[in-house]
Design a protein around this ligand. Structure first.
Ligand SMILES: N[C@@H](CCC(=O)N[C@@H](CS)C(=O)NCC(=O)O)C(=O)O
Length: 294
């Protein structure tokens, strides 16, 4: 008997695959018999290029990262006047706030406090952030969350290069694109779980079109902004997962998106936050396997 798998952790997608429609690499064989293999059709399928590989992403210097705090760690001295950004190295929402902090050059002003979400310190919920999620920012005796709010907050309340666009038109486009982030993730997930085979294609076409709006630079608003920060962690993940799982290259036929990825990968504030691609995909597979066992 086949059982469909649905997971939704950190906005990672669930998926359904058809061996008829996609060339599945041996590395994708973590899919066990419990997973329903449904046909996936539509334009996305046409963007499969056999074993074609996208350019390698340089290794992430994970060894130099601050160790995560876990259930055995002493509580931090909350409200001692420090500014702290609580993150998880694997969380795309937290990555947004981390990129903003790095881009503004606030490494010495905002301390990074990585949390092991799988073995979370009890004091995190009790003393730091009741919602018990990451990201959270401790600043001026307050703790606040929600990644999109945090990137705006960090931008407006701290020094450093601005991430907010100038001008009414760009502001309006920024608002529209920021409000689209959840729909974007949802669309990709629905293709991966087989419920809407065309949704990912359509949403990446939307991205491609959005990237053509301002031509003074390769970013969503021309110059690097909050919008790039908001999308980067998700495009990073979806690109790798779609490539590994469905053998789909999201940049195929989308030159603006290809250039955006290339240029994003030159921005240290972002590259410092990237996960090791192999580890990212492996973690995703482990999660799917765990879900399949339930
Ligand atoms: N809407 C939130 C989502 C944050 C979120 O879901 N973070 C996940 C990690 S990726 C989390 O902390 N999960 C822990 C939990 O739900 O217990 C945001 O944008 O910051």
């Amino acid at each position: 008997m086949s059982v469909g798998v649905n997971i939704s952790v950190c906005a990672y997608p669930s998926f359904a695959l058809s061996t008829r429609d996609y060339s599945i690499s041996s590395s994708s064989l973590y899919l066990d018999r419990k997973i329903l293999l449904r046909p996936v059709s539509g334009r996305l399928r046409c963007k499969s290029y056999g074993k074609r590989r996208i350019e390698p992403i340089s290794a992430v210097k994970e060894s130099s990262r601050v160790p995560e705090l876990d259930s055995s760690s002493e509580p931090v001295q909350v409200f001692d006047g420090s500014t702290r950004l609580y993150i998880s190295y694997t969380c795309p929402f937290a990555q947004r706030a981390w990129i903003a902090r790095n881009y503004k050059g606030l490494q010495n002003k905002i301390e990074l406090v990585p949390i092991d979400l799988k073995n979370r310190p009890v004091w995190y919920k009790e003393k730091v952030y009741e919602a018990n999620k990451v990201p959270a920012l401790e600043h001026n005796n307050k703790v606040m969350g929600e990644s999109l709010d945090l990137i705006k907050y960090i931008d407006t309340n701290f020094e450093g290069p601005s991430l907010t666009p100038d001008g009414v038109e760009k502001q309006a486009v920024a608002d529209e694109l920021l409000s689209y982030t959840d729909s974007f993730s949802k669309a990709v997930r629905s293709t991966l779980n087989g419920s809407d085979s065309n949704a990912a294609d359509a949403t990446f076409d939307y991205m491609e079109k959005a990237l053509s709006k301002f031509n003074e630079g390769p970013f969503f608003l021309g110059q690097f902004s909050l919008v790039d920060v908001a999308y980067a962690p998700f495009i990073e993940r979806f690109r790798l997962i779609l490539r590994d799982v469905l053998n789909v290259d999201i940049t195929s036929g989308r030159p603006n998106l290809a250039l955006w990825i290339q240029e994003m990968n030159k921005i240290e504030a972002y590259t410092e936050t990237r996960q090791d691609p192999k580890e990212l995909v492996e973690r995703y597979k482990r999660r799917v396997q765990a879900e399949a066992r339930l």
